[in-house]
Design a protein around this ligand. Sequence first.
Ligand SMILES: [Zn+2]
Length: 138
Amino acid sequence: MTTNPHFKVGDRCFSHYTRDAARGISGWGTIKRINHTVRNAVHGVTGDPLPDTTWYDIRADEGHIELCDDAHGTDWNMARIVPPDIAKRYGHGDDPAPYGVDEHGTPLIMCKCGIATEPYAPCGSPECQVPYVDSLGD
Ligand SMILES: [Zn+2]
């Protein structure tokens, strides 16, 4: 069964598989790269054809890279990563950094021009002459 990768580069995701609260690993991260897709796999016991599974390089919010798959984007119980809305449904709460994090793990904000940027820092777009101040400081 041919299926398309569920995630694209830049998407946010959550992994209960990599989450390790004791080590300070939140499980949240951003898709960095589509690694590869496994096609034409069959179930190890039944031999039934399986949907394609795509593996991704994920930059965890803590800075390290993980390799995780989407379990075809159809079986979230099997997937190592899930989208934020599914994570919330499973009781993992809201994405703490919907626009990703900087290299220090600080959540980015969305600039008025639509570019994710560091809090209180200009995004770099010529349209934005002044730092965008979000409601974070309210
Ligand atoms: Zn901007």
